[in-house]
Design a binder for this molecule. Structure first.
Ligand code: ATP
Ligand code: MG
Ligand code: MG
Length: 476
């Protein structure tokens, strides 16, 4: 019997607050080491944490978006462990009573069906500092700028059954937190990362022992790390070994996971309620006030796109992957009155340029209004699709307006029937044998004449006009 993969993800989303979760220090990324660490972040004795209300609101906002229960009275707990980047000797987190409890997220599978992934909990906690091993005078340094940065840890049920599903879930969460504005989603800077818990079992058997792969901060790494880990566990089990519960690190250069330390159980952390912080009381009125500010969420937007613009599920999914992309699409679809054309260009030519330059839609040098003008030049037959691609490239390079570029490059399509007619008469006169062959039944030669016309016009003849007139002339 085949092995089945079981995965649960713990996602750490850095909340987009300006200041830390228990102190007033800035959370801005990239400052000089230890310039953004207050006495509270340093864990000095005698100072007290003060909870950042914004962080709680963001957690609730997230909870509502995954249809979760918001805990009316949640509690901060101390999670005790020693590590050089954790000056207090404990991390303030939530344990028994997290602010967000039991929700779910639906993901799309390749076969077009959807699957519901349970979210066990999402709790607030503070991030630790960073150990700097490189470029530090041959020593290890500690940077506590990150200490106290607010995190939302989103813990999934072990409902994921493949690396692919794990990535689909991670991507959907990534889109969601950005829609909600609760996390900037910057994975390179570690604002959105996950620990993947992986085990294997024979179908029908109880869950196997999990290994936890720490701090995966790219979708590609998640997929590769899980693949590697699944293979490792299967090999181990098939050769009579046992998987041990441990924390592993993924090494992207070697493409493998390596044991870091054996994994503590919850009771090793000696969790207890933090006596310095009051329980967080959340009223129904507060919850409803936050609910009222929720934007249209990706799933609802996707449904609307499918209905309003008659898009397929795949297109609608791609175009709602960020709210900026969705807005851009809607502006072009409305400006051109042609959603299909807009979708094709956003997912085709424009997506290719964005990929090539590794840019998000919000940083695209071609605005929605400009792409609209370009597509309208296809619709009014000024441009062929091929010529329009050249214009898009030129727009991207900042070479001027749509019409200026068409003019400068001489890309204007010839739709004038008398000009096309004259050109076709000449082609027919110059190719008598092909004409005879065509008329005696060699239909394929039609393409030859179209080709001649396109060549003669340097690609500028309107293909559909050419087709129409050519048909009349050859057959009439
Ligand atoms: N047998 C299993 N195989 C795969 N995943 C599992 C298995 N059992 C539990 N999980 C997943 O492991 C994760 C456990 O996360 P949780 O935060 O509850 O505990 P933890 O990893 O022990 O704590 P910590 O936050 O200290 O890392 C969940 O996502 C859960 O779905
Ligand atoms: Mg864990
Ligand atoms: Mg956890």
């Amino acid at each position: 019997m085949e092995w089945e993969t079981v995965i649960g993800l713990e996602i750490h989303a850095q909340l987009a607050t300006n200041s830390k979760i228990f102190s007033g220090s800035s959370t801005a990324y990239g400052a000089e080491p230890n310039t953004q660490a207050s006495l509270v972040d340093l864990g000095m004795p005698g100072v007290l944490p003060v909870l950042n209300k914004k962080a709680v609101e963001m957690a609730i906002r997230f909870g509502l978006a995954i249809n979760a229960t918001i805990t009316p009275r949640s509690v901060f707990a101390r999670k005790n462990y020693f590590y050089p980047d954790l000056p207090k000797g404990y991390q303030i987190s939530q344990f028994e009573l997290p602010v967000v409890a039991q929700g779910y997220l639906d993901i799309e599978l390749d076969d077009g069906s959807s699957k519901r992934i349970g979210v066990t909990r999402a709790h607030l906690e503070e991030d630790a500092g960073k150990s700097l091993h490189e470029d530090f005078h041959g020593k290890t340094g500690i940077d506590l700028n990150r200490a106290g940065t607010p995190l939302l840890e989103i813990v999934s049920e072990p409902d994921l059954r493949s690396a692919k599903e794990a990535v689909a879930y991670m991507k959907k969460m990534h889109a969601l937190v950005r829609y909600l504005g609760v996390c900037d989603g910057n994975m390179q800077e570690g604002s959105f990362r996950c620990d993947a818990n992986v085990s294997v079992r024979k179908p029908g058997q109880p869950f196997g022992t999990r290994a936890e792969i720490k701090n995966l901060n790219s979708f590609r790494f998640i997929e590769r790390a899980i693949h590697y880990e699944v293979e490792r566990q299967i090999e181990l089990l098939e050769s009579g070994g046992k998987v041990i519960q441990e924390t592993r690190l993924y090494d992207p250069d070697q493409g493998e996971t390596r044991s870091m330390r054996s994994k503590e159980d919850a009771n090793d952390y000696r969790y207890f309620p933090d006596p310095d912080l009051l329980p967080v009381e959340i009223t129904a009125t507060e919850i409803e006030a936050i609910r009222a500010t929720l934007p249209e969420l990706p799933t609802a937007k996707k449904q609307r796109f499918m209905q309003t613009y008659h898009l397929g599920s795949y297109e609608a999914d791609a175009l709602t992957s960020s709210s900026e992309l969705g807005d851009y699409f809607e502006r072009v679809a409305q400006g051109t009155q042609d959603a299909k054309l807009a979708a094709n260009w956003l997912m085709g030519g424009l997506a290719a340029l964005l990929n090539k330059h590794e840019l998000e839609i919000s940083a695209a040098p071609v605005a929605a209004e400009t792409l609209t003008q370009l597509l309208n030049r296809i619709k009014d037959q000024t441009l062929s699709s091929t010529a329009a691609k050249d214009v898009l490239e030129a727009l991207w390079q900042g070479e001027g307006s749509v019409d200026a570029i068409i003019e400068a490059k001489g890309l204007k399509q010839i739709s004038d029937t008398s000009a096309i007619e004259a050109m076709l008469d000449e082609i027919i006169a110059n190719n008598p044998s092909q004409v005879a062959e065509y008329r005696s039944g060699k239909d394929k030669l039609f393409a030859f004449f179209v080709g001649q016309a396109m060549r003669a016009s340097k690609g500028k003849a309107n293909p559909s006009t050419v087709n129409d007139i050519l048909k009349q002339k050859l057959e009439g």
